[in-house]
Design a protein around this ligand. Structure first.
Ligand code: TXA
Ligand code: MG
Length: 331
């Protein structure tokens, strides 16, 4: 449905136009919502320190109020006012920011409870994207931003997808085309530096963090621990309307046999069956980059019965890709 309330402006990917950034920052500073590109996925931004603005994010997405948001910052000095830093967090920031690594740390009181879903901790990251950095910097406030999709849907990797989900619900979409990475940031809890927890695998391979720190990151395997630590993992996520089936080297069950010619396949290698649609990626990175847009594309075709997604290797960004496929398959 077309709605004149939501403006979409094309912005230069490398040198965002200052007039457009000013217009967007004005919206942020007056409590409005702006969708903007990051290197991972598009985010839906509001002034993180304004509880009324933050509430609008939850309404626009249909997101449960207790699922906390990520604060996006544009410089290192900003961070001290927002969270209690420890040495591990400091060196991680210096090594991996700007970039697809989100740190969960103990929050200072300046951050409204609305932003952090009532928790004592808050998630924070510095995105590696010129438009995002310019917008945060011009707004002169941290920007709270979840992915700019309706709650439960795959995250948007381009602005048209944001428009389809958010038209009429937000003020502005900054359109700089397709994002770089395509799945969300890696989220780790470093509030206790002696026990670093992986809350969500994502754009940054955890081996890189482990090699850098010379420590093992704990993947909370018991779902209990995970649910306690990362509220977002409790909810259905990343799922298209079409059922997603995990594919090893063949269809996992004979019962799908009759639907092959009505189904789509995505993966790294050619399948053994004659699917209606076949999408092959030449690297794990490109598979991650194309996953969500493939989900959306097949959804729009309305004629696809199942999406078969090949199970990728689990190193580097592959772990995050496995996670997104698994969640989509559960949906
Ligand atoms: O790449 C990304 O991270 C994108 C872009 C826009 O920056 N953002 C994003 O936000 O994916 P969102 O809201 O869709 O996912 C944030 C995840 C959720 O699973 C949430 O539960 C978790 O981070 N999270 C946020 N604050 C937390 C906290 N204090 N403790 C534990 N988990 C937290
Ligand atoms: Mg999300």
């Amino acid at each position: 449905m077309q709605n004149s309330m939501t403006q979409k402006l094309i912005i230069n990917k490398f040198n965002p136009e200052p007039e457009i950034i000013s217009q967007a920052a004005n919206i942020i500073n007056s409590g409005g919502l702006v969708a903007f590109p990051t290197e991972t996925v598009y985010g839906l931004g509001a002034n993180a320190l304004n509880p009324e603005a933050v509430k609008k994010i939850f309404i626009a997405k249909g997101r449960p109020q207790d699922n906390p948001l990520i604060l996006h910052v544009s410089n290192f000095d900003q961070v001290n006012k927002l969270v209690y830093l420890n040495d591990t967090a400091k060196i991680l920031m210096r090594e991996f920011w700007p970039g697809p690594l989100t740190l969960v740390l103990n929050a200072k009181n300046i951050i409204p409870l609305e932003t952090r879903g009532g928790l004592n901790t808050v998630a924070i990251r510095m995105p590696d994207n010129p438009t995002a950095l310019a917008l945060i910097s011009k707004s002169n406030t941290p920007i709270a931003a979840p992915s700019a999709n309706l709650s439960g849907k795959p995250s948007p990797t381009d602005a048209n997808t944001v428009y389809n989900d958010m038209a009429g619900k937000i003020d502005l979409i900054l359109d700089s085309g397709s994002v770089k990475i395509g799945i969300e940031s890696t989220v780790i809890d470093v509030s206790d530096p002696n026990k670093i927890l992986l809350l969500r695998p994502g754009g940054l391979g955890i081996e890189l963090i482990e090699d850098f720190l010379h420590v093992k990151i704990i993947s909370p395997d018991s779902d209990n621990l995970k649910l306690k630590r990362s509220p977002g993992t409790r909810y259905r996520h990343y799922a298209p309307n079409i059922p997603v089936i995990i594919y090893g080297s063949k269809i996992p069950d004979e019962k799908y046999k009759n639907y092959i010619n009505e189904s789509a396949y995505i993966g790294l290698e050619m399948p053994n069956e004659n699917f209606k649609e076949i999408l092959i990626f030449d690297s794990v990175e490109n598979y991650a980059h194309g996953l969500f847009s493939a989900f959306r594309k097949f959804e729009d075709q309305h004629l696809i019965k199942y999406i078969f997604a090949q199970w990728p290797p689990g190193n580097g960004i592959g772990l995050g890709l496995q996670d997104r496929i698994k969640r989509a398959a559960q949906g």
